[in-house]
Design a protein around this ligand. Sequence first.
Ligand SMILES: *[C@@H]1O[C@H](CO)[C@@H](O)[C@H](O)[C@H]1NC(C)=O
Ligand SMILES: *[C@@H]1O[C@H](CO)[C@@H](O)[C@H](O)[C@H]1NC(C)=O
Ligand SMILES: *[C@@H]1O[C@H](CO)[C@@H](O)[C@H](O)[C@H]1NC(C)=O
Length: 370
Amino acid sequence: MGSSNPLFSIFLTVLAVFLLNADVGSCGCFKRMFTFGDSLTDAGNFAYSGRKNNPPGPPSVPPYGKTYFHHPTGRASDGRLIVDFYAQALGLPLLPPSLPDEKTSQFPTGANFALFGATALNPNFFKRYNFGVPFPWSLDDQLASFKKVLARIAPGDAATKSVLSESLIVFGEIGGNDYNFWFFGGNGDDTDTPQKYMPDVIARIGDGVQEVIKLGAKTVLVPGNFPIGCVPAYLSGNKSNKSADYDQFHCLKRFNKFSQMHNQLLKQEVEKLKSLNADVKIIYADYYGAFMELVKNPSMNGIDDPLVACCGGNGPYGTGHGCNQTARVCSDPSRFASWDQIHMTEKAYNIIANGVLNGPYADTPLLHVC
Ligand SMILES: *[C@@H]1O[C@H](CO)[C@@H](O)[C@H](O)[C@H]1NC(C)=O
Ligand SMILES: *[C@@H]1O[C@H](CO)[C@@H](O)[C@H](O)[C@H]1NC(C)=O
Ligand SMILES: *[C@@H]1O[C@H](CO)[C@@H](O)[C@H](O)[C@H]1NC(C)=O
C-alpha cells in the first residue's frame, strides 16, 4: 500500500487538520464565553462606570494589575482573574468588559457582564432586614444588559439560541456580597440573619441560571463561594481570643461553616436545575475546595502565609491599610494568596482555575466538557 494510497493521504490530511485544531486552545469547543458575577469576575466594568460617576478608587488605581498587565485594568487583583484563565485555556482572548461597548460591539468571543460589588438579590430586598447594600446594581442588571446585547447581536429566538448553544456561560461567583455587606456593616456577630435570606440568594441564582438556559445556553458553570473565614478582612475584623473559634488552619470556623451552608444549598439547586434541563451541561465549580487547597498546603503552591494580604499594611493579616497607591505592597505577589485582604492574587486565581479546568474542583472538569 504505502503512502501512494489516496485513502492513506486523506487519512494523514485529516489527522494533520485534527492535530492543528487540537493545538488551537486545548478545547476550541466554545465560540464565546459570557460571564456574570461580582468583583471576583469584573474585568473593568466598575472602573468604566467609576470613570463616569465617581472618583477613581480601587480597583482602578495602582498597584492593581501590576503583575500581569503592568497597569490597573479594573480587575480586583494584581493580574488575571479566574475567568481570564478559563478564556486562555479554552483558546479565547480575555473577555472584554461589557459596559464600555454594550451598545456597539458584536462581542465575537463573548463578554464579561460582572460588576464589582454586585449582589445576587436586588438591593431593595435587603430593606426588610433594615440594611442597605452600598451599590445599586445586582444580577438583575447584568441579565437585563445581557438580553439587550443578545437582541442586538443575534436578534430573534433562533439566532439567540444558536449563539448561546456555542457559548460557555460562567454564572458567578455571585451571592458572596449579599453576605459580605451584612458582615462588613459591623454585623460579624450575627450569622443568623443572613442565614435567613440564604435560600433567597440561592433561589435568585437558580432563577438566573434557568433564565440563561431558557434563552438557549447549553453549558453553564455555577461556582460556589469561598471560605470567607480564611479571608484577611474577616480574620482581622472578627478576631477572637477563643482558640475554639479557629480551625486547624487558623481560619474562623463560624464563617467557613456559613460559606459551606451556602455551597451545600447551591449544589442542591444545581442538581434541581440538572433534572429540569436534561439537555444542558450544568457544572458546579467548587471554589471553596480549590481555595482550601492553598490554605492547607501553602508551601506546595509556593505560598508563604495564605492568610496575609500582599497589598495593605501592618497587623497579623496585613490589613492595617487599604490597598491603594500608599499601601505597602509585597515584593512577590506570587508568594501570596490574598491580594488586597478581600480579593485574591493572580497566583491563587490561577490555581483555582486549574482545579476547575482539569479537576478535581468541578463535577465535570471544564476541559472535559468538550
Ligand atoms: C467583622 O469583620 C468585618 C470585615 O472586616 C468588619 O466590617 C466587622 O465590623 C467585623 N466585626 C464585627 C463584630 O462585625
Ligand atoms: C476575651 O474577649 C472577651 C470579649 O471581648 C473579654 O470579655 C475577655 O476578657 C477576653 N479574655 C481574655 C482572656 O482576653
Ligand atoms: C489609601 O487608603 C488609606 C486607608 O487605608 C486612605 O487613608 C488613603 O486616603 C488612601 N489613599 C488614596 C490616594 O486613596
